[in-house]
Ligand binder design. Structure first.
Ligand code: UGA
Length: 450
């Protein structure tokens, strides 16, 4: 049993604190946000993460997990202090380090005995050194070592990812400190890789950038598949069975979103640029990702002609299923592009309607289920692949829609079945929609089988 404190109770910090408590350690979670802390003390979570609420309550009840706004109380007693604060994007795409700096200063003031400071926030290469400098400057008598320990948790499966990691990466100049942090992770029985601090920080950026690159790669292939009549889903399956390639992160669609990939690819490109490098691949990855959102609008125009006055239903607002997070969600950008063209929106998401509302056009209609969203719509776009969208009653759907047009932005349906059911169907990279030529740019209801 170790004494641990975790600074920052976002999804990374809260998951880390709770999982370490569950492994039998005594953990204090610290956040400057009093409402967040008082909510947690009453068992209310600031985020949605499957399984986490139950785990928090269980560990609080067992006395292993506490929450506070009081740094001294938390940090003063700890052998291990995790920094898990946010690193939002700055004006130029760089990571904004103000919360990391503030956390380092607070830790320096609160340290009583020797401690290992472990940085979990995704931070620019060199931030480990910065944290060391800040603590030393603020409290010259502090006895500490800084270890970089990037996180690889996915929203929606954060507990499973924490408990069964593919690897634990530790970066430090003080090898003994890194070994002690490795010891802390021993119950996870995962391979541990110990490097210098900068290398560990880079492993995080390179991993996220590589996964984002795979997504943009398959999206580029998808666009070519459309033109050449191949099916990208089968192409990805055929590629993925090659062990050197693997099948993960090869799902073509409307592109990646969330609080990590967009921010991290941009921050890495920024770091390269300020050192005089031109990271061409990273720029292409970002550009392809944006084009995937525009592709939805282009395809809708192919099918419906002008979008002015048309009603479009969007299914899914969160950036991926199993989360209510709408940060950088493709749905928000698609909604704005459609709004700019004069379309009216009807939207549905099982979890994230409230979080999305402030970011959507004012006249958006919030439906209570997928059929309600589809009612009277000229087209329906699947933006997030929630399970409950996978088995919709196609007869009912077709009956309520104004026109039977489906843009399947996550390739969750079988194109043949959809066409058999009488839909004008467009998946991503599964062939262009077959729309009869319409010289007026407006597809007549008759051509759509109405
Ligand atoms: C990602 C990484 O997967 C985690 O390892 C990392 O710890 C985390 O960022 C982070 O840096 O904190 P997350 O953002 O939760 O996790 O979500 P992912 O499951 O990776 O998905 C990211 C986006 O890519 C989603 O919008 C998803 O729809 C999209 N995606 C994913 C695709 O478009 N195609 C795919 O094949 C896979």
């Amino acid at each position: 049993m170790k004494q641990i404190s975790v600074i920052g109770l976002g999804y990374v910090g809260l998951t880390t604190a709770t999982c370490f408590a569950d492994l039998g350690n005594t953990v204090v979670g610290v956040d400057i946000d009093e409402r967040k802390v008082s909510g947690l003390l009453q068992g209310k979570l600031p985020i949605y993460e499957p399984g986490l609420e139950e785990m928090v309550r269980r560990n609080v009840a067992a006395g292993r997990l506490q929450f506070t706004t009081d740094f001294d109380r938390a940090v003063g007693q700890s052998e291990f202090v995790f920094i898990a604060v946010g690193t939002p994007s700055g004006a130029d795409g760089e990571a904004d380090l103000r919360y990391v700096r503030a956390a380092a200063e607070q830790i320096a003031h609160s340290l009583k005995g020797p401690a290992i400071i472990i940085n979990k926030s995704t931070v620019p290469i060199g931030t480990g050194d910065l944290v060391t400098t800040i603590i030393r400057r603020t409290n010259p008598h502090a006895q500490f070592a800084v270890v970089s320990n990037p996180e690889f948790l996915r929203e929606g499966s954060a507990i499973a990812d924490f408990m069964n990691p593919d690897r634990v990466v530790l970066g430090a100049e003080d090898h003994e400190a890194a070994q002690r942090v490795a010891e802390l992770h021993k119950p996870l029985a995962a391979p541990v890789i110990i490097t210098d601090t900068r290398t560990a920080e880079m492993i995080k950026y390179a991993s996220n950038a590589f996964l984002a690159t795979r997504i943009s790669f398959i999206n580029e292939i998808a666009v070519i598949c459309d033109e050449l009549g191949a099916d990208v889903k089968e192409v990805a399956r055929g590629m993925g069975l090659d062990k050197r390639i693997g099948s993960a992160f090869l799902d073509a669609g409307v592109g990646y979103g969330g609080s990590c990939f967009p921010k991290d690819v941009q921050a890495l490109a920024h770091m390269a640029a300020i050192h005089g490098r031109h990271p061409q691949l990273l720029h292409a990855v970002m550009e392809i990702n944006r084009s995937q959102r525009r592709l939805v609008v282009l395809r809708l125009r192919d099918i419906l002609g002008t979008l002015d006055g048309k009603t479009i239903a969007l299914l899914g607002l969160s950036f991926k299923p199993q989360t209510d997070d709408t940060r950088e969600a493709p749905a928000l950008e698609i909604a704005h592009l459609l709004h700019l063209e004069g379309a009216k929106l009807r939207v549905f998401d099982p979890l994230s309607m409230d979080l999305a509302r402030p970011h959507l056009p004012p006249d958006t209609v919030y439906a209570h289920d997928p059929y309600d969203a589809a009612t009277g719509a000229d087209a329906l776009v699947v933006v997030t692949e929630w399970n409950e969208f996978k088995q919709l009653d196609l007869h009912q759907l077709k009956a309520v829609m104004g026109r039977p047009v489906i843009i399947d932005g996550r390739n969750i349906y079988d194109p043949r079945e959809m066409r058999r059911e009488g839909f004008i169907y467009y998946g991503i990279g599964r062939g262009r929609p077959r729309v009869p030529h319409d010289p007026n740019g407006l597809v007549a209801a008759g051509a759509l089988g109405l």
